[in-house]
Design a protein around this ligand. Structure first.
Ligand code: IPE
Ligand code: IPE
Ligand code: MG
Length: 251
């Protein structure tokens, strides 16, 4: 069975779903002699600009990496700063997102998060659940491996409870992931010049295009996102098959 549906639109139509590893906040601040926390604060402004620019570029879904399961390794003060950003982002932007038809979904584990953050996440999801113009997925306390393990465990629990039978297949596992129900990821972008996934969307990355940009996340905005769309349009997505473009005539 193909990893992506055969009806996946050609790349020339542009990506519907862009996933972003928002990296480089610390280096942005460091370059200015500022504390890392200022870099994270500027990163939230970049996120707002990017979400606002996406629909006009034909994008219907953005998934952004806000906090990884490995980011708990950072100093407690920085972890608490990053939690604080969720509070301020939702407090300042939820009304606008709701009004503009954006559905917010938070991917990742709620276990271990402060109770007020869990309530904020639930409120954001509930108040925007009816929206369908745009899907904003925020991966927070998210790890790709943990997400796959949870999906497998969910299936095992259903089998043990007599609610499911048969061997686990790709479709069933995919339905257990936190991204289930959303459009397939067309392109994964990482900013800051690093070239790795850092445990982001491991399953979904199977046939996603990859784009690495040298811009530090706080400097991100409509221009950088338009550049991603342009690069994506020029990709030839084959999914293991052959190019849809006509072969060059032999000279
Ligand atoms: C990305 O910026 C934000 C998060 C990981 C939450 P970093 O904080 O990783 O910035 P750098 O990589 O140290 O520059
Ligand atoms: C990935 O960035 C996590 C987020 C952007 C939230 P990191 O900065 O944590 O990744 P590494 O440590 O450079 O791999
Ligand atoms: Mg980083």
């Amino acid at each position: 069975m193909p990893v992506e549906p055969p009806e996946s639109p050609p790349a020339s139509e542009g990506p519907r779903h862009v996933a972003l590893i928002m990296d480089g906040n610390g280096r942005w601040a460091q370059a200015r002699g500022l504390p890392r926390t200022i870099g994270h604060r500027e990163g939230v402004q970049a996120l707002k600009r990017t979400v606002q620019a996406a629909p006009a570029l034909g994008i219907r879904c953005l998934t952004v990496f806000g906090f990884s399961t490995e980011n708990w390794r950072r100093p407690a003060e920085e972890v608490s700063d990053l939690m604080g950003l969720v509070r301020s982002y939702v407090a300042s932007d939820l009304k606008r997102l709701e009004r503009e038809g954006v559905r917010v979904r938070v991917l990742g584990s709620r276990a271990g998060l402060p109770a007020d953050i869990v309530s904020i996440i639930e409120r954001a999801e509930e108040t925007t659940a009816h929206n369908d113009k745009f899907l904003l997925q925020v991966a927070f306390n998210y790890g790709g491996r943990a997400d796959i393990v949870e999906a497998a465990q969910r299936h095992a629990d259903r089998v043990l409870a007599g609610q499911a039978t048969g061997p686990l297949d790709e479709e069933t596992l995919g339905q257990g992931l936190s991204t289930a129900g959303g459009p397939p990821v067309d392109v994964i972008v990482r900013t800051s010049g690093e070239q790795r996934l850092s445990n982001f969307l491991l399953w979904e990355a199977a046939y996603a295009e990859l784009v690495f940009q040298n811009v530090l996340w706080p400097d991100y905005g409509p221009k950088a996102l338009a550049d991603v769309v342009e690069q994506y349009r020029n990709r030839d997505r084959r999914f293991g098959g052959l190019s849809a473009a006509p072969a060059l005539a032999a000279c």
